[in-house]
Design a protein around this ligand. Structure first.
Ligand code: ADP
Ligand code: MG
Length: 595
């Protein structure tokens, strides 16, 4: 082993950077926090290539004097705490004094700042290759930090960055999160020369929430207001407006955005007690005595530890329950009490009764009757499957076998949802919805590949009002959407105009479809570009496919099965759900004691 030596500062900073700045969105997070701590009224963020090439943040906050500025990029230099006791009651977002030196150690970094009192402003440039330079400049009060070519000098880290699109979406989410508790501050985000978020100052949090969520949420926000001792939960939760994921759930503790199981669990448990599909939007602000929490759990400061997490759980759960209950109790939508509250917060969330949570295939028949599933099984007036009107007729047991004896013969439709086939091996059930989904998925994949979408024009354009954050995300998918047959343009502000849609798509489903695209996009696991494209067409196929509870003619069933067997994978739908269930003849015979 080599002799022990103390590591040089530059290397220490790079090691710290591994924890504090993992990716462009963490740089944005740290710098936005600094601007908020500096009391800025207006924060502007400019990005190129999802922040991989350039991140610039300008604020009109208090700025720094020359000596402070020079200190600020030294490790563990902070103006925010001075004693250990301060750490127990941190009221600023930053306190570790690590962000600036870490960022500077892994990028070409420039900071311009002026405090309005010194003789002039100062510019400090630091480049891992060329070192540091300082010069006086003239500027208004405030600070501008520019970060170029992040991780250029740490190729191992640069390799792990996601695509520019994925990084960009993560930044949209950081900026909109930080904007939420700060309605009086203006936030503006520009990406590759286009303004993608422009949040002007508004009077109340409710207004800011509506800026982020879009006007569809107007009239849907129920107010949370609950206090137990020194602990207050306030904010909003949506009632009927639900989403396919938890993407619109934000939790803040004393103004700091956190990811926390106790809070997430408490809010969702309360919301799950009401009979709505999907996940509500939650904007929860927990105010709690600073000395009863520990925010210094991790360098990224997104985790907190509560001294009394039981109390926090109760405040949040009751707060959300009361917010929703006030609106719903009179209408009998409240489900019967669910038994005693769980004291142990589970590692995996409990989602009572959700059909999505049941393992694929295990609830083949029961899922049709669960309350949660009702919305999905509503019968829509649909365009016929094969360009002819669907005729409701009794199952055609005697129709000629068009698929050959090996493939089986359609003998009917079970519960208007499953096609029954008599095959040489036994009885086969085909889920009509997922079967059609598979067929459409293959078709859309071919179109996307060939860039030859089949479209239908809409008589009047469909306007999709998305809310600022979702708009920015949808914008990054316009190419894929056009590839499968959408004609879609940013219309004005936060509205998209859709003038043509894929042939198999229905206008009424557009709203849900765009929601699904945004969900798929925000799901980090799926943010790899090709995976994402698959998921966009998977959502499209799912929306366009015939639903269960829809009568099919014998002809339609036969064609569906025929096309299914020619598809790329007749056994599983693009989401991985089974399409075919076989019950072997031999097992049927055993049941009747014939074998
Ligand atoms: P921390 O925020 O944990 O104190 P940072 O490395 O992020 O550590 O910042 C170091 C110091 O630089 C801060 O304590 C603050 O005094 C100063 N600073 C950073 N950014 C700004 C800004 N935008 N405006 C004014 N002062 C800033
Ligand atoms: Mg900071």
């Amino acid at each position: 082993m080599s002799p022990i030596h103390v590591l040089p500062d530059a290397l220490i900073n790079q090691i710290a950077a591994g924890e504090v700045v993992e990716r462009p969105s963490s740089v944005v997070k740290e710098l936005v926090e600094n601007s908020i701590d500096a009391g800025a009224r207006r924060i502007e963020i400019v990005l190129e290539q999802g922040g991989r090439k350039r991140i610039e943040i300008r604020d009109d906050g208090c700025g720094m004097s020359e000596s402070d500025a020079l200190l600020a990029i030294e490790r563990h230099a902070t103006s925010k705490i001075a004693h250990f006791d301060d750490l127990l009651a941190v009221s600023t977002l930053g306190f570790r004094g690590e962000a600036l030196p870490s960022i500077a150690s892994v990028s070409r970094f420039t900071m311009q700042t002026f405090d309005g009192l010194s003789e002039s402003g100062i510019e400090i440039s630091s480049d891992p290759a060329r070192g540091r330079s300082v010069r006086p400049i003239a500027r208004d009060r405030g600070t501008t930090i520019s970060v170029l070519e992040l991780f250029e000098n740490v190729p191992a880290r640069r390799k792990f960055l996601k695509s520019a699109d994925a990084e960009f979406r993560a930044i949209v989410s950081v900026v909109s999160s930080y904007a939420l508790p700060e309605p009086s501050r203006a936030f503006r985000l520009e990406h590759n020369g286009r303004v993608v978020l422009d949040l002007v100052p508004v009077a109340t949090r409710r207004h800011r929430v509506l800026q982020i969520l879009g006007n569809e949420a107007d009239g849907q926000l129920e107010e949370i207001d609950m206090t137990i001792e020194d602990c207050t939960a306030s904010g909003f939760v949506t009632r009927g407006l639900r989403y396919g994921s938890r993407r619109n759930q934000y939790f803040f503790v004393n103004g700091r955005l956190v990811k926390d199981r106790v809070l997430t669990h408490a809010a969702n448990r309360a919301a799950d007690a009401f009979d709505f599909d999907g996940h509500p939007a939650v904007f929860l602000f927990l105010d709690i005595a600073p000395e009863t929490i520990d925010v210094n759990v991790h360098p990224a400061k997104t985790e907190v530890r509560f001294r009394d997490s039981g109390k926090v759980h109760v405040v949040v759960e009751q707060g959300v329950r009361r917010a929703l209950g006030g609106a719903e109790e009179g209408r009998g939508l409240l489900r019967p009490a669910e038994g005693p509250a769980r004291a142990d917060f589970p590692d995996s969330e409990v989602r009572n009764g959700s059909s999505a949570a049941s393992p694929a295939g295990s609830s083949l028949f029961s899922s049709v009757s669960t309350n949660q599933g009702v919305r999905e099984y509503v019968v829509h007036e649909v365009t016929p499957l094969f360009q002819q009107r669907a005729v409701v007729q009794p199952p055609v047991a005697s129709s000629p076998d068009r698929l050959g004896s090996l493939r089986g013969r359609v003998i009917g439709q079970y519960r208007l949802s499953y096609i029954l086939l008599d095959t040489p091996d036994g009885l086969r059930l085909v889920d009509q919805h997922v079967a059609h989904e598979r067929i459409l998925y293959d078709r859309f994949a071919r179109m996307l590949e060939a860039r030859a979408p089949e479209t239908q024009r809409l008589l009047t354009p469909f306007l999709y009002d998305a809310g600022a954050a979702e708009c920015a995300i949808l914008e990054s998918h316009l190419d894929e959407l056009r590839g499968v047959g959408f004609e879609i343009e940013r219309f004005s502000g936060n509205t998209f105009a859709v003038s043509a849609i894929p042939l198999a798509m229905q206008r009424e489903r557009l709203e849900t479809f765009f929601g699904k695209v945004i969900d798929a996009s925000l799901d980090e696991k799926g943010s790899h570009t090709t995976r994402l494209r698959e998921r966009v067409i998977a959502s499209l196929a799912c929306q366009a496919a015939i639903k269960v509870h829809r009568p099919l003619s014998g002809e339609e069933m036969s064609r569906l099965v025929e096309e299914l067997l020619e598809s790329s994978n007749p056994y599983a739908c693009p989401h991985g759900r089974p399409i075919i269930v076989d019950i072997r003849h031999i097992d049927i015979e055993k049941h009747f004691h014939r074998k």
